[in-house]
Write a protein that binds this ligand. Structure first.
Ligand SMILES: CO[C@@H]1O[C@H](CNc2nc3cc4c(=O)[nH]c(N)nc4cc3[nH]2)[C@H]2OC(C)(C)O[C@@H]12
Ligand SMILES: [Zn+2]
Length: 370
């Protein structure tokens, strides 16, 4: 059984503690590095641990297609397979089928799609998605849902949300792994009444945590924030609240302000591989020629492995030369930035100084990118 306790509040912001059934403690608010194919790209599990990561995200869709969930189970499950012994949350495939598969057809029974890897045909039912996550052995499994694109008509959003609720019921009735918690995913696009109806239906079914889905799917920032403003306070107080696929550093700050506990996003790792580096005064693009002779670290005062040893000039050289070390050093810095941001946020909420911390955060960023 997943334990969760709110240990401090500051406005709507919450400081919490989540303990998985396997006994791993996750301090919240928390950012989950994305490890789609059983790896957080370019980093070893030891490096992830030294960065302070406590929980990472894996993907049902990808691991089902390759190397196969039964194979991972035969090899001891996902924790053993990737030698990550802290917590793992697996997304159900609901989003990936819609964002990655070559073709897809949604039916009441499930989703028919063609693999983005080799075009092979597949049919995933809610029960299949839960069986895959049971075989992977993640600590938290997500319901199989339909991620609604943006924008959609209200009729489409309602029909899709009702199907997501029926699928959630089937997921709840499915066999799950020992020590595995299941989170429901709230849908309803940008329609507050549909979002609330979905949440009520999911609470009727009963889940260990509640996620907000179908955001960070191309909608304007203010739309995402207004959906959260309305919905977050309705999410059960005593259960973890997870905002899927979010986001930028500012998104994390605003998400915490509105009462969210858990986040995941490809941004710190994907941007690292594209040379976009996060600093407290904004992003910098390392391939920019102004860094050619810059002996400074990415950010002065950053205590990450990369900033303690290497100059911007060296990182630019590696990136332009497409050296593998470029991706590793950039990823180490970006994930350190995200995980340290969340640690600072946890401290601020716990101290009751989140609003003044937030003001400083934006002041530092309005100083323009370094
Ligand atoms: C900023 O990063 C881009 O935006 C996507 C993240 N945004 C996102 N919204 C999500 C919604 C859902 C959902 O409703 N249900 C389920 N089960 N999972 C979900 C996962 C989601 N992730 C990343 O996905 C791509 C790779 C397209 O670019 C990234
Ligand atoms: Zn750094």
């Amino acid at each position: 059984m997943l334990e969760f306790r709110v240990v401090a509040r500051d406005g709507r912001a919450r400081r919490g503690r989540l303990v998985t059934a396997r006994g791993v403690t996750v301090e919240t608010p928390v950012f989950m590095p994305v490890g789609t194919q059983a790896t957080v790209k370019s980093l070893s599990p030891d490096e992830l641990e030294s960065l302070g990561a406590s929980i990472i995200l894996g993907n049902t869709y990808h691991l089902y297609l390759r190397p196969g969930a039964e194979r991972v189970a035969r090899l001891g499950g996902l924790h053993r397979f990737m030698a990550w012994h802290r917590a793992i949350l697996t997304d159900s495939g609901g989003f990936q089928v819609f964002s990655l598969a070559r073709t897809r057809a949604v039916e009441e029974e499930g989703v028919r799609f063609q693999s983005h890897i080799d075009g092979s045909s597949h049919f995933i039912r809610p029960e299949t998605a839960m069986e895959i996550q049971r075989l992977l052995g993640s600590d938290i499994a997500m319901c199989f849902d339909e991620c609604t694109p943006y924008p959609v008509t209200r009729d489409y959003a309602e029909e899709s949300m009702r199907r997501t609720v029926r699928w959630a019921e089937r997921c709840r009735r499915s066999r799950t792994g020992d020590h595995q918690a299941v989170f429901g995913i709230v849908q309803g696009s940008v329609f507050a009444d549909l979002r609330k109806a979905c949440l009520e239906a999911l609470q009727e079914i009963g889940f260990e945590g509640y996620a907000v889905g179908s955001l960070s799917v191309g909608e304007p920032k203010e739309t995402m924030l207004s959906v959260l403003e309305e919905l977050a306070p309705c999410l059960p107080e005593e259960r973890p609240r997870y905002l899927m696929g979010v986001g930028t550093p500012e998104d994390l700050v605003e998400g915490v302000r509105l009462g969210i506990d858990m986040f995941d996003c490809v941004m710190p790792t994907r941007n690292a591989r594209n040379g976009a580096l996060f600093t407290s005064s904004g992003n910098l693009q390392i391939k920019n020629s102004r860094f050619a002779d810059d002996s400074e670290p990415i950010e002065r005062g950053c205590t990450c492995y990369t900033c303690r040893r290497f100059s911007r000039a060296y990182l630019r050289h590696l990136f332009l030369a497409r050296e593998l070390l470029a991706y590793r050093l950039n990823t180490l810095h970006n994930l350190h930035y995200y995980l340290k941001l969340m640690a600072d946020i946890r401290n601020a909420v716990e101290a009751g100084s989140f609003e003044s911390w937030r003001k400083d955060f934006y002041e530092r960023r309005s100083g323009g990118s370094s």
